[in-house]
Design a protein around this ligand. Structure first.
Ligand code: GAR
Length: 188
C-alpha cells in the first residue's frame, strides 16, 4: 500500500470524500497516515476524528520561517514513511524543501479550469468573468500558485442566476467524485 498524507486548511469536504472512498474499499492501494493542517480551528480536524485518523496541527506563526515550519512537516512525513502528498484545500504554497523531497508526488485540486482563475476565490473570479462554464482541475504541484502540470479537468456550467454558494456547492459535488478517481489512477 502507498502511504499518503492529506493536507487541508478548511472544511475538509474533499478530505472527507477521499477517506469515505477508502472506507468503501474504492482506493485499496492507499493508506492515509494522517491529516496535516495549518489551522488549529479547521473543521477538517473534526472530520478526521470520524475516521480515527491522526492529525498534525502545525501553525506557521509558531516558527521563525516557512522553512522551519516545513522542516517540522518533513519530520512527520519521514517518520510516517509518506510517499505522496494530497492537497485538499491546503491554502499555502509548498516550499522548496517539501517540493524537492516529493517531486511529482504532490497533487492538488483547484476549483477552476486552470490556467484560468488561479489563486484565491477562483469561483468568484469565474462568476464575475461572465463565462458560462468553469470547472475543477487536478494538477501536480510546483513552486507556483496553481501552476503545476495539469492532469485532468472536469467542467461545470455557470447559470445566469448563480450565486457563489450555489456554484461552489456544484463544483464541490463534482470534486468529491473526481479527485478520488484521479488519485486512484495516478497513485498506484
Ligand atoms: C476545494 O474546492 C478546492 O478545490 C479548493 O479549496 C476547496 C476546499 O474545500 N482548493 C483551492 O482553492 C486550492 N487553490 P474543502 O475544504 O471543503 O475540501
Amino acid at each position: 500500500m502507498t502511504k499518503v498524507a492529506i493536507f487541508a486548511s478548511g472544511s475538509g469536504s474533499n478530505f472527507d470524500s477521499i477517506m469515505s472512498k477508502i472506507e468503501q474499499g474504492l482506493l485499496p492501494q492507499i493508506e492515509v497516515t494522517a491529516l496535516y493542517t495549518d489551522q488549529v480551528n479547521a473543521y477538517c480536524i473534526e472530520r478526521a476524528r470520524k475516521y480515527n485518523l491522526d492529525v498534525h496541527i502545525n501553525e506557521l506563526k509558531n516558527f521563525d520561517s516557512k522553512a522551519d515550519y516545513e522542516r517540522k512537516i518533513i519530520e512527520w512525513l519521514t517518520a510516517e514513511k509518506v510517499e505522496w502528498i494530497i492537497l485538499a484545500g491546503y491554502m499555502k504554497l509548498i516550499g522548496e524543501n517539501i517540493l524537492n523531497a516529493y517531486q511529482r508526488r504532490i497533487l492538488n485540486i483547484h476549483p477552476s479550469l486552470l490556467p484560468k482563475y488561479k489563486g484565491k476565490d477562483a469561483i468568484g473570479q469565474a462568476l464575475a468573468s461572465g463565462d458560462t462554464q468553469t470547472g475543477t482541475t487536478v494538477h501536480y504541484v510546483d513552486s507556483g500558485m496553481d501552476t503545476g502540470e495539469i492532469i485532468e479537468q472536469r467542467t461545470c456550467d455557470i447559470y445566469p442566476d448563480d450565486s457563489k454558494a450555489l456554484l461552489e456547492a456544484r463544483i464541490k459535488a463534482i470534486e468529491h467524485e473526481f479527485y478520488p478517481e484521479v488519485i486512484s489512477k495516478i497513485i498506484q
